[in-house]
Structure formats: structure tokens, C-alpha cells
Design a binder for this molecule. Structure first.
Ligand code: LHQ
Length: 262
């Protein structure tokens, strides 16, 4: 049986590779289920301290598999909201709530929901030849999987609107310049850089990194006073962690800390 998702674990990093290359890794229900199972493992396995998401072949992910969506004029329209409710929305919420870093290595075109699932990751690296495409307008849909949330927050309303309405491919270097992603890197360096970054993150104070995600994602909806309160509460939690003790001891003893992630 061919599997839609490849998963491997090494040095605290779980690498998840979307694996339907002949369909540019577009999503069908099977791929959704397998991806969610992999992320569930990342959540439950303390030995996994960073997730790396990428795609196989020449694309990252082309969003929903449209070959399963062809309609005749006489067909009753399918409820796309149901697909989103069942798969895409829980996926994006789960990724953002996972208390461990998720790095995305965008190896090729990221289109439709595929683009927005990339943007839902915590740190996004992309190959210089990769591109981001809010493909929805081309097929009469609206951006989903958090697109209308992430785009204006990351790049501003003017850019979000044009990206959504014009549905033009945005090269990775422009995505970096607009602040949509962390970095565009040479194609042949992408996986090396992404893996090195993940291996580094997997040695860091995982609990604190998870709390950082919580704080930074809450900021978009919070007042300053609310955010200051949240920082106080999260710092209280981080300050009670073994990794905080280790970090301070290592600093005072002038040695490298050994964080356990706790
Ligand atoms: C594909 C796909 C694809 C199937 C390429 N499906 N085969 C949520 C809920 C429910 C329903 C609706 O949607 C959603 C959210 C969404 O994600 S909607 C947006 C869906 N995605 C798109 O509209 C993107 C469609 N794809 C494209 O526009 C192009 O393929 C891009 C720009 C991504 C890449 O273009 P090219 O590099 O020129 O590649 P290609 O078009 O030749 O594609 C390569 C193959 O992959 C080709 O198959 P073939 O057998 O002819 O070689 C495509 O049919 C297949 N493929 N995307 N989404």
C-alpha cells in the first residue's frame, strides 16, 4: 500500500513528508487522516521535540485534491464547509496548539489550503524556486485553512487582499520580503538548513518554546494588558520548569545547558 505521508524520527525531530507527488501532494481524506495520526504522535511522544513538515517531489502541497471534486451541472453542490469542519480546521487548530515547534520546509509550490497550512507552521523556510499561491479565486472559492487570518496578520490587509483576489504565484523570495515566511533559501540547501534548524530546536527548552507559541499566537487577538497578563502567567509556568533551572545553572557555571524539554 502506498502511504500518503512518510514519517521518520531522528534526534528528537519528527519529519513528516506529504507523499502524493503525482498530485502535487494535494489532500484527500486518507492523507488528512495519516497526517493527523502523525501529529497526534508528535503530541504524545515526549521524545519528539520538533516537527518538520515538507513535501515529496516537486511540490509542497496543492491544497484539496480537486480530481475528487468534479461536478456535473445537475449535481447537488457538495458541502465544502463539511470538509473544512472535518479536516482542515481541526488540522490548523491542532498545529497551532501543539506545544512544540513545527518547521515547514516548502520544497515547491504551495497552493490553496497547502499554502495556508504552510503559513500555519511556526517557522517557514522555502526553496527559492518555491511559490505560494492563494489559488482559491481561480476556482470560485475563498481562502481557507486560516488564509484570511494569517495573511493580513503576517503581511497586512493590502497584500492579503491582492494575494487572495489576484491569485498570482508569489515567489518564495517575495514571501520572505513581505514577512509571510522566515527565509527563502537555495533549493539545494533547503532540507539541510531545515533539518539543522529542527535538530537545534529539538535540543532547546521545549516547554518554553510551546509557551512562546501560545503567547505569540494569542497576541493577534489580545489587548496589551491582556497580553502582559498572559506573559506573566506563562513566565510563571516556564519559571517552574527543570529547563529554567538548568538554563540558569549552565549560565552561572559558564557551560552549555542540557535541556530535557521538561
Ligand atoms: C492536482 C492538484 C489538485 C488534484 C495539481 N488536485 N490534482 C477545501 C475544502 C473542500 C474543497 C475545496 O477546497 C478546499 C481548499 C483548497 O485547497 S481549494 C484549492 C485547491 N487547489 C488548487 O486550486 C490548486 C490547483 N493546482 C494548480 O493550480 C496547479 O497545479 C499548481 C499552480 C499548484 C501547479 O502548477 P504546475 O506546476 O503547472 O503543475 P500542474 O498543474 O501540471 O500539476 C501537476 C499534476 O498535479 C497534474 O496532474 P497530471 O496528471 O496532469 O500530471 C495536476 O492535475 C495535479 N494537481 N494540483 N489540487
Amino acid at each position: 500500500m502506498t502511504t500518503s505521508i512518510l514519517v521518520s524520527i531522528d534526534a528528537g525531530v519528527q519529519t513528516i513528508t506529504l507523499n502524493r507527488p503525482d498530485k502535487l501532494n494535494s489532500f484527500n481524506p486518507g492523507m488528512h487522516v495519516q497526517l493527523r495520526a502523525a501529529l497526534d504522535e508528535a503530541a504524545g511522544n515526549a521524545a519528539i521535540r520538533c516537527v518538520l513538515l515538507t513535501g515529496s517531489g516537486r511540490g509542497f502541497c496543492a491544497g484539496q485534491d480537486l480530481s475528487e471534486r468534479e461536478m456535473k451541472e445537475t449535481d447537488t453542490p457538495r458541502d465544502l464547509g463539511a470538509t473544512i469542519e472535518e479536516y482542515y480546521n481541526p488540522l490548523v487548530k491542532f498545529m497551532q496548539a501543539l506545544p512544540k515547534p513545527i518547521v515547514c520546509a516548502v520544497n515547491g509550490v504551495a497552493a490553496g489550503a497547502g499554502a495556508n497550512i504552510a503559513l500555519a507552521c511556526d517557522i517557514v523556510l522555502a526553496a527559492k524556486s518555491a511559490s505560494f499561491l492563494q489559488a482559491f479565486a481561480k476556482i470560485g472559492l475563498v481562502p481557507d485553512s486560516g488564509g484570511t487570518y494569517f495573511l493580513p496578520r503576517l503581511a497586512g490587509t493590502a497584500r492579503a487582499m491582492a494575494l487572495a483576489m489576484l491569485a498570482e504565484k508569489l515567489p518564495a523570495a517575495d514571501a520572505e520580503r513581505m514577512g509571510l515566511i522566515w527565509k527563502a533559501v537555495d533549493d539545494d540547501k533547503l532540507m539541510m538548513e531545515a533539518t539543522a534548524m529542527c535538530k537545534h530546536l529539538a535540543t532547546q527548552p521545549t516547554r518554553a518554546l510551546g509557551l512562546m507559541k501560545q503567547a505569540i499566537y494569542a497576541a493577534g487577538d489580545n489587548t496589551l494588558a491582556g497580553q502582559l497578563d498572559l506573559e506573566r502567567d506563562l513566565q510563571r509556568k516556564a519559571g517552574g520548569s527543570p529547563d529554567y533551572r538548568e538554563g540558569v545553572s549552565a549560565f552561572l557555571e559558564k557551560r552549555k545547558p542540557t535541556f530535557t524539554g521538561q
